[in-house]
Write a protein that binds this ligand. Structure first.
Ligand SMILES: NC(=O)c1ccc[n+]([C@@H]2O[C@H](COP(=O)([O-])OP(=O)(O)OC[C@H]3O[C@@H](n4cnc5c(N)ncnc54)[C@H](O)[C@@H]3O)[C@@H](O)[C@H]2O)c1
Length: 314
């Protein structure tokens, strides 16, 4: 049985992962400052005796000492760093939110890992580190030229974690997620469409022209993929975790959400290719490293989308 510290444990992916590990009989220590995470999610996780939680802003340097004090008696095996500004459109408030919640949380959690001699850190990265490309993204593509502050701070975090290996860290796993979907989402296109249609089901305003095409993975597959590489001890590498397809257009997602809700809104598209500044409008992942390492997801992009629409309507 292991002890895991999960940052961003009140968020969508962190809470799914926490519940999975708790059900496996492991101990989970959760940290979140509730910028996007939800109190009710933590309440549900607290039903497990082996879950402990602290509310803490990991962007502040003082959080390192708080973590040391609060988790003094715990022998931590793995830190899963899921906390970040996951709202890629948050640039509206300037870069500071990405610098604080993505990069500085990485710096501070790494200091904690060092002080507590923890062996392993798992980092939630993104396709956004690479920017645009006209071919499926490979793990070793370069130069990495992000086009959003979000992507830039994920790339800086990858670099920071990689550098810590020279000083104290034993193992890192950097996983580049595509769009992730599943129950209890806190943001993203499905979440947006459902929220908009709940308010007014006669129209649906879509960001961009609807032709943006991206791959989506279900959080159940994402969790299984990350654990696959960790169980095989394939540390100190970057892995794409991806469906085995080139994704789905936003237009199709709008249709699927409307169908599932049983509504026929007038769907309004914008006269521009991108949904927001910094949006990588079309990308897919190269899956050859994933296949050669013996892992494949259960769900295609479209299956993952359909499943998660249902899960978010419950
Ligand atoms: N969901 C996706 O499609 C996707 C895609 C690629 C990468 N990722 C990455 O995966 C991770 C999890 O994403 P998610 O979808 O669960 O997002 P989420 O927003 O639901 O979860 C992130 C959590 O981090 C917390 N957090 C933010 N700043 C913090 C801070 N300063 N201190 C403590 N907690 C803080 C938030 O409150 C939130 O609960 C993020 O790092 C995200 O960038 C997500």
């Amino acid at each position: 049985m292991k002890t895991h510290l999960i940052t961003g444990a009140a968020g969508f992916i962190g809470s799914y992962l926490a519940k999975y590990l708790l059900q496996e009989g492991d101990t989970v220590l959760g940290v979140d400052n509730f910028t996007l995470g939800k109190n009710e999610t933590v309440y549900q996780l607290k039903q497990f005796d082996t879950f402990k939680f602290i509310e803490l802003d990991l962007s502040s340097e003082s959080s390192v000492e708080v973590l040391i004090k609060e988790f003094h008696y715990e022998k931590i095996d793995v830190v899963w760093h899921m906390a970040a500004n996951s709202d890629i459109r948050g640039y509206i408030n300037g870069p500071q939110v990405d610098i604080n919640n993505t990069l500085m949380t990485t710096v501070n959690i790494s200091k904690f890992v060092d002080k507590r001699n923890i062996d392993t850190i798992v980092f939630a990265s993104s396709s956004a580190v690479l920017g645009s490309s006209n071919r499926p993204l490979r793990e070793n593509d370069g130069p990495a030229l992000p086009q959003s502050y979000y992507g830039a701070m994920k790339l800086a975090s990858e670099g920071y974690i990689s550098a810590t290996k020279s000083y104290f860290l034993k193992n890192y796993y950097i996983f580049r997620f595509p769009n992730v979907v599943g129950p209890n989402m806190t943001h993203g296109v499905i979440f947006d469409f459902i929220e908009k249609l709940k308010v007014n089901n006669s129209k649906l305003d879509v960001l961009g022209d609807g032709n943006q095409r991206k791959p989506y993975i279900h959080v159940e597959d994402l969790t299984s993929g990350m654990l696959h590489y960790i169980e095989k001890n394939l540390s100190n590498e970057i892995f794409n975790i991806t469906p085995n397809d080139s994704g789905i257009k936003v237009k199709r997602i709008a249709e699927l959400v409307s169908e599932e809700l049983g509504v026929s809104p007038k769907i309004n598209y914008e006269n521009k290719e991108y949904g927001w500044l910094g949006d990588v409008t079309n990308y897919s992942y190269d899956n050859s490293k994933q296949l050669s390492n013996g892992w494949s997801p259960k769900f295609s992009t479209e299956e993952a989308i359909k499943k998660s629409i249902k899960e978010n309507l419950i």
